[in-house]
Ligand binder design. Sequence first.
Ligand code: AMP
Length: 462
Amino acid sequence: MAKSDRISDMAEPMFRTPKGTHDVLPEDHQYMTYIKKAVRHRCRQAGYRRIDPPIFENRAIFERGIGQHTDIVSKELFLVSGKHTEGEDQEKSMQLALRPEFTAGICRSYVEHGMQQLPQPVELYAIGQCFRYDRPQKGRYRQFHQVDLEVIGLKDPSLDAQLIHVCMNIFKDLQIADRLTLQLNNIGSSDNRKAFVVALKDFFIGKERHLPEIDLRRLEGNPLRLLDSKEADTQILLKSAPTLDQFIDEESKVYHATLIEYLQELEIPFTSNVGLVRGLDYYGQTVFEFWDGSSGAQNAVGGGGRYDGLIELFGGAPTPGVGAAFGIERMIWHMKQAGVKAPNKDQVDVFVAQLGPDAKKMCLRLISALRESGVHTIGALGEASLKSQMRLADKFGARFTLLLGQMEVKEGKIILRDMAAGKQKTVAFDKAVPEVLELLGAKDLDTYSLTDQLGNVVDSGE
Ligand code: AMP
């Protein structure tokens, strides 16, 4: 069916994706696969191993870890109601929530599986969907994909620097590093922040009526969030308010200065941003974000920081950790903006057209032999005429077509057509596979195999 026919025939779909979600269509999967490859490659180089925590967890993991008063928990947690049964079961399942990010689940897993027994630090990475029940807008979805990196069990500024370096290398591989700026801050210890919050609250006594409603609520629940408020009135008031950096202790200052030395050693440019706090409770000391160079924080591609108290919150021994997460949809957006084309391996190399039951049967073996040899092959699709099969081959963008009519079956031959050149020749049926292989050349063959060495399973490209 021609594209124009399809559009005019298209009725209003009966169902659409739920608000804030989208299908990852094959065109975008090219980007996604490419991003995952870059992540896997850089993570493996740096000793990270992959982990997949469940998509939903006990909601207390997020409430406790990320914080009751954060936007992510107070407004955006996607609760799972589970089974439709009366009574206790349903009540239990009501305690579940879809993961809004990975860090809390990974720390739960670290404790649950006794990973403190492993050589430290434990470096883990995850790739997958996250969910936030936010108002959907450009670059902000209810279901999106994150890449997440965590380094748990040791504390040293060189670990923070190396983590940021791995992220930067991923952005470089994807050719979007130049579009991003690394924003860096140190938000001190939790005592430092407590003292600052007391001072900040004192400062706002009597000034409440000048604060917009949203920031008034932040002042009560999560005062640190005032610092990255987008409200103009709040920003004006903050100019004369105490600043967090006045409350940072000596240890944090030394830690930060050392981190900066290491970043300079690794030639990673950054912007010091004393207003950067990140929205999650578990962060302490190092925090960072990768901002869009043009639009700033609004469309940050990623961020992260140190969370030295989180594992303890989940019942583990005091264990330091540092992590980073970035959004795949936003990376894809940047790649497209930068004109980066993700390599596409979905091309059809050969279309096999046939006529008649004998030919069709023989084609099944031929198609299989071509595929086994690494040739992307489709064909033997129906009972259409040879002419319409040729048209279909053209629409699929096949480089070559193999045609097997009744006459060719009798003669043990097959027609091989070069679609771009519009030229064809007849070859012996038995020689069809080697002929195609020679024409395609070894570099285009998809000879990927699940077991490259005895018992050694290669990852699946997911
Ligand atoms: P956060 O930890 O909230 O800073 O999230 C890390 C990254 O995940 C962000 O910088 C975005 O790239 C991505 N992200 C977070 N929330 C969303 C969302 N609702 N839709 C799309 N991407 C998101």
